[in-house]
Design a protein around this ligand. Sequence first.
Ligand SMILES: *Cc1c(COP(=O)(O)O)cnc(C)c1O
Length: 390
Amino acid sequence: MGYMEDHSPNWIEAELRQLDAAGLRRTLKTQAGPQGAIIEVAGRGLINFGSNDYLGLAGDSRLADAAVVAADKEGWGSGASPLVTGRSTSHQRLEEHLAQFEGTEAALLFSTGFAANMGTIASLAGRGDLILSDERNHASIIDGCRLSRAEVFIYPHRDTDAVAVRLKAANGFRRRLIVTDSLFSMDGDCAPLPALAGLAERYDTMLLVDEAHASGVFGERGRGLCEQFGVEESVTARVGTLSKGLGSLGGFVVGSQQLIDYLVNRARPYVYSTAMPAAVAAAAIASLDIVRDEPHRRRELLRRAGQLRTTLRENGWQVGEGPGPIIPVIIGDPDETMELSARLADAGFFVPGIRPPTVPDGRSLLRISLSYLHSEEMIAGLIAVLANPQ
Ligand SMILES: *Cc1c(COP(=O)(O)O)cnc(C)c1O
């Protein structure tokens, strides 16, 4: 068989020790109270630069109120998958709201963005197909590619030349699919969406764009980077999440009515998994309304993100490229990264250190995640501590 049998009495313990030794063991934290600019971890209030709550909606009482009203009317559990009894009036309304917000024919809700990617990718591609996937794509995209059983070509980060070369020689495949994050979750940079859209059209290839970190944040109407780059019409399937900028929970796919009808029949995490509670859908409707009615949140967030990037660079930090609220400060070594993160916590700032396998070896980083809720003083405080972290 080629495999060594493993006779160690406790191989799990050995694996954990190995993670410890490499400085890569992760442990859980628990925080008390709602999400916001300040969170309570281990009994201490920390200024929170760690969540993906870019617009400050996760703790907004309008979401919680909408959920309470819906739970009162529709109860809590959904009871079954959406195809059985799980799809309530609130689910349907949210899908209609999403299609309207995104300017597409239809939308489909999944329990999480992770499930939306896995289900959609594995439904669009299968044996005999080719998927082209950016090397820094999110884990849910990677797992969707693996699950699909298609041949997967992993191209160097943002390298559209590599995509073009591979597509030129891809005649033997039944179908082709390019998949990419729009805003990369750890690097904070953008996919080359116009070039990818052009290649998709030229080579009769489907394009799936995951807007998880861009939904609500970019674009005139807050739809994301496809809107900002003007490529929405060229995208076969846009995946998004309600769990980040939108402050709630759940994933979604938007596109043509045919695409959605097909996914309802084929996407296994949709067909075989229980629908989210109706109250969760109701909270997400409230957050879409806020994104529509309060565009100053995203504008102010992007302005402050640009300023923070500039200041950190002026102070000598290596800061990732990118336009948005994910601001990676690249340290390199995992131990050094975690030490800096711990020193920031001592000073009252929660800034998570990100290590392999989430980022490539040698690219451990502090991931500063900016929120609309951060005051100028909080941001200035972070800059000051980083300038003198002892
Ligand atoms: C977080 C994330 C997801 C998963 O979304 P959830 O709703 O949290 O499951 C998918 N894609 C990307 C790029 C993400 O960052």
